[in-house]
Design a protein around this ligand. Structure first.
Ligand SMILES: Nc1ncnc2c1ncn2[C@@H]1O[C@H](COP(=O)(O)OP(=O)(O)OP(=O)(O)O)[C@@H](O)[C@H]1O
Ligand SMILES: [Mg+2]
Length: 343
């Protein structure tokens, strides 16, 4: 199922403009990650797709059908929330069967479907337990089974793993991606965790104050950010604000060329990713900065360099080279790649 937003606005009673003129298209079978700060409108967008909210303006299309005014039960959308929202007084089996009973599906068909899903979610032996007798990861799999029971063609996830520890979270993430691929559904996945979004999603929708900043593949939003917000929100970055002088900006004693059409004195923001800088040992005279400290991150180490004008840069170096960079050492910096945005 494709999902399309056309100029969608959502103003809540009380005046909060949560979604402002949002348009985007999700392709059939795609998994799109929604990323953005708290309050940027992620949950509101999912609720609009599910039909739990009506847009104030604009149109929503699912599978080529205009659903703007359709009630939730006619949209064939499954939801998985952060707080599993399982029915505490019902067994695992009854939780998964719930949506099917509501739909008045015949009993033997319900039984077949529930057992199939429990098997698929590796929950068969837990069918008769109550939610409080399960771990967080197991409860989240029950929630997923329950959402899948009525065979939705669209799946919406709202920070489903926020309360789950890292290891289980990684497994669940892979599992959700497998389920998505196997069932051929279209999914939207909200997360605060960028790494999670970049890993799991085919494309990432970056939201800021109710607006779409960029919709692109993980590589695109990381390597070709379209706005200063995206460049600084996705991945690590050093951001320096400077006026343009003679077709360049000067940072840490380096002259970085910008579009020659930008007039002198125009303030711009220069964004440099820590991986796009190379450090070279230097002597005191030619050094541009001094190592403050470095932090071991596994394959690379994050080095913090204080420049002569007292700015602190984050630079990533292979951990194998870390011994060259002891605190106090002087270094030169080569910038391989940078982005320039209006400031
Ligand atoms: N029912 C509501 N009534 C009034 N305002 C609301 C309602 N729900 C959300 N808002 C407001 O709409 C804006 C967007 O909220 P939303 O829940 O979509 O953000 P979010 O991106 O999901 O944030 P978070 O990451 O914190 O979950 C916020 O300013 C919020 O206060
Ligand atoms: Mg939310």
């Amino acid at each position: 199922m494709t999902i399309e937003f056309v100029g969608v606005e959502k103003v809540y009673p009380g005046g909060a403009r949560s979604v402002r003129g949002v348009s985007f298209q999700v392709r059939e079978g795609e998994m799109v990650g929604l990323l953005g700060p708290s309050g940027s409108g992620k949950t509101t967008i999912l609720r609009l797709i599910a039909g739990l909210e009506r847009p104030t303006k604009g149109e929503i299309w699912i599978g080529g059908k205009r659903v703007t005014d359709l009630p939730p039960q006619k949209r064939n959308v499954g939801l998985v929330f952060q707080n599993y929202a399982l029915f505490q007084h019902m067994t695992v089996y009854d939780n998964v069967a719930f949506g099917l009973k509501e739909k008045r599906v015949p009993r033997d068909e319900i039984d077949r479907r529930v057992r199939e899903l429990l098997g698929y979610m590796r929950l068969t032996e837990y069918a008769n337990r109550f939610p409080r007798e399960l771990s967080g990861g197991q409860q989240q799999r029950v929630a997923l089974a329950r959402a899948l029971a009525p065979r939705p063609q669209v799946l919406l996830f709202d920070e489903p793993f926020a309360a789950i520890d890292t290891q289980i979270r990684r497994e669940l993430r892979k599992f959700v991606r497998e389920v998505h691929d196997e069932l051929g559904v279209t999914s939207l996945f909200v997360t605060h965790d960028q790494e999670e979004a970049l890993e799991i999603a085919d494309r990432v929708l970056v939201l800021h104050e109710g607006r779409v900043e960029q919709l692109g593949t993980p590589e695109e939003v990381y390597e070709q950010p379209e706005t200063l917000f995206v460049a600084s929100f996705i991945g690590e970055s050093n951001v320096w604000r400077r006026p343009v002088q003679g077709g360049a900006v000067e940072v840490a004693g380096l002259r970085l060329p910008v579009d020659p059409a930008i007039p002198n004195g125009t303030p711009v923001a220069v964004v440099v990713r820590p991986k796009d800088v190379q450090l070279h040992p230097a002597d005191r005279e030619e050094g541009q900065g001094q190592i403050l400290r470095s932090a071991f991150k596994g394959a690379y180490s994050a080095c913090f360099v204080r420049t002569r004008d007292h700015e602190v840069w984050e630079v990533h170096v292979p951990s194998a080279d870390r011994h060259l960079l002891s605190p106090g050492a002087w270094v030169r910096m080569d910038v391989h790649k940078f982005f320039v945005f209006p400031a």
